[in-house]
Write a protein that binds this ligand. Structure first.
Ligand code: ZN
Ligand code: ZN
Length: 302
């Protein structure tokens, strides 16, 4: 599977280099059309399994447990198939999750950046005041959105009803313990994710990037407890407002506790840079730069 993916990546690189624009466009369209066809087929298989009761659920669990199938579903933005036993809605696309794009410039619903589209400045989403590029964010716990906010609104609304200010702590965890088998047990199909205690879900959830945006997965409580036992710093992870970023891509081992808007911004930046079937190296391009910048701003945990 790895080799096939690498082959796809090499070939799509060659397609990008085709000088004739008509031929290039046709080749790119062909790739998209084939992807769409297979994605629709896979989605249909998922639907059919869902209609097959316990036997279908069983088959689905077996498929999800297979790394190669999981990777294929990830490519099509179909991972994870909602496990039948799961009451929490599994969100496949970024649309329902707060997504803050790189350099902000978006509201919590992932709408296009107003300044990019119209040249207008970012505005406070509560009082419409103009905002500087660097500004605070408020979390809406019930709607699970992140709102750009001015200092006044942050001061006045924080703690009121569903509003919470996003975390401010940025802690680089130099000697974090993550045994391989524990990571494998978390079943994240890509070497990058963040984890947060979610008050609305009543549990710890993991989010990882995919072509469709942030994909949410359920976390086994025991795996999270093992992680906390190995890293007591996690006991102080604030609910909803901050997250643990884990980056194992490119052979790195980087860990940080970051404000939740930074966590979503990382996932959004990867989605924005995602190209074609395998991401076109989005992860390799975006992640080191993002985490390098984060590390510069961060305090280093003692
Ligand atoms: Zn305001
Ligand atoms: Zn903002």
């Amino acid at each position: 599977m790895r080799e096939r993916l690498e082959r796809v990546q090499r070939l799509s690189q060659r397609v990008e280099e085709i000088a004739d624009p008509d031929a290039r466009e046709a080749a790119e369209e062909l790739v998209d059309a084939v992807l769409e066809l297979h994605g629709a087929g896979l989605a249909r298989i998922g639907e059919l399994l869902e209609g097959m009761g316990e036997a279908g659920a069983e088959a689905k669990r077996g498929l999800l447990a297979d790394d190669e199938v999981a990777e294929l579903l990830l490519i099509h933005g179909l991972m994870p198939l909602p496990p039948a036993s799961e009451e929490l809605p599994v969100v496949g696309a970024g649309g329902e999750l707060p997504v803050v794009q790189a350099g902000c410039g978006t509201n919590g619903n992932g709408a296009a950046a107003p300044d990019r589209v119209t040249g207008l400045k970012e505005r406070c989403e509560l009082c419409q005041a103009e905002l500087p590029a660097e500004h605070r964010h408020l979390l809406h716990l019930e709607e699970r959105t992140i709102l750009c906010a001015c200092e006044t609104c942050v001061a006045m609304r924080s703690g009121e009803g569903p509003y919470r200010p996003t975390g401010t702590r940025l802690l680089w965890l130099g000697d974090f313990e993550l045994p391989d088998e524990l990571w494998a047990g978390l079943r994240i199909p890509i070497g990058l994710a963040f984890f947060m205690r979610s008050s609305s879900a009543g549990r710890v959830v993991g989010m990882y990037p995919s072509p469709a945006g942030a994909t949410e997965c359920e976390l086994q409580l025991s795996a999270w407890e093992d992680l906390c036992a190995a890293n007591p710093v996690l006991d102080g992870l604030d609910e909803d407002v901050e997250g643990l970023i884990v980056n194992l891509t490119g052979g790195r081992r980087q860990f940080a506790i970051a404000p939740i808007d930074d966590c979503y911004r990382l996932v959004g930046a990867i989605r924005d840079g995602w190209e074609g079937i395998s991401g076109g190296g989005a992860v390799e391009r975006v992640v080191p730069a993002f985490l390098g910048e984060l590390r510069e701003r961060a305090e280093v945990a003692a």
